[in-house]
Design a protein around this ligand. Structure first.
Ligand code: SF4
Length: 299
């Protein structure tokens, strides 16, 4: 049975526009059922009980419409932080789809982060939005291997399905690419994996790959992650390696980070794939108001 929760407002101002140049945040759903073993949203600091159960904000579309109507400044609305707008409930409820229709009607832009291939269903509305405002679609892929993605992201579609969605977005002219994060130390941070992702991204016409070679770990998120590592990779002593290398550190940077970043940069340059935040943000906003204003400011 679908569980609804109350909300007063859904489209809220972001604290900083650094993350892909977005202005607002929108979460229609709370919680996420993809079950990624590394999920940060499991941390106690977010105070989300029963995070794996997706709940729906009651009356979401009316609230979003009121929020948009009241905004004085147009901008890009980010969705997909700490919940996935294309979770399994969305197939039936179509709330993300209808929210995109409102975003289109009120002439805002949109930035979507997801692991759900269902995003390809909404290419018609995304195409309509890009007629007037910036659109960027980010699909998270951490491994090129379906077998490994099924282990570390057990509730999400396997990587090949996400690549298919990226190709479909490309075919419809939508600016889309890969969030290559986290890259799990000692599991995904090898050249073979990163090269395979770049190769597939290139085949799918991805405009960008934005990487973070490593992960973050805190509080009960770490306990859960270690428990899952022992279960999924028995006998590999991965937990021992993590403990030795990172102790209680929040930031767990891959020991291979610098080398992989250099390799990714060189390969992306060769293929015309963007990989720096500044370049990606500039490219998807190119030809829309914001960038033109910034350009005039510089003269
Ligand atoms: S998709 Fe994101 S929010 Fe959902 S479980 Fe995975 S990491 Fe967490």
């Amino acid at each position: 049975m679908i569980e609804y929760i109350s909300a007063k407002t859904i489209v809220t101002r972001t604290k900083s526009a650094e993350w892909f140049g977005t202005d607002y945040n929108m979460n229609i759903y709370k919680g996420c059922c993809h079950g990624c073993i590394y999920c940060d949203s499991r941390s106690e600091c977010y105070h989300i009980d029963n995070f794996e159960k997706v709940r729906v904000k009651q009356d979401a579309l009316r609230i979003i419409r009121d929020d948009l109507r009241r905004k004085v400044k147009k901008g890009v609305i980010n969705t997909g932080a700490m919940s996935d707008p294309y979770n399994p409930l969305e197939e039936e409820l179509c709330l993300t789809r209808h929210a995109l229709e409102l975003i289109d009607a009120y002439e805002f832009g949109v930035s979507i982060a997801t692991k759900g291939p269902l995003i390809a269903r909404d290419v018609d509305i995304l195409s309509s939005i890009r007629e007037h405002s910036p659109v960027i679609c980010k699909i998270t892929i951490t491994t090129a291997a379906d077998g490994l993605s099924a282990k570390v992201e057990p509730g999400a579609a396997v990587s090949s399905k996400r690549f298919e969605a990226l190709a479909r977005l490309r075919d419809c002219g939508i600016f889309a690419g890969i969030l290559l994060m986290p890259v799990l130390p000692f599991i995904e941070d090898n050249e073979e994996n990163v090269r395979a992702i770049i190769e597939k991204a290139s085949e799918c016409g991805c405009r960008f790959i934005y990487p973070a070679f490593g992960m973050t770990l805190r509080q009960n998120q770490r306990d859960y992650y270690y428990e899952m590592l022992n279960r999924i990779f028995p006998g590999e002593n991965l937990v021992g390696k993590y403990r030795k290398r990172y102790g209680e550190s929040y930031e767990c940077r891959s020991p291979q980070a610098a080398r992989l970043y250099r390799m990714l940069g060189a390969e992306c340059e060769k293929r015309g794939i963007l990989y720096k935040m500044k370049d990606i943000t500039h490219a998807y906003k190119e030809n829309y108001g914001d960038n033109q204003l910034n350009f005039l400011d510089m003269i």
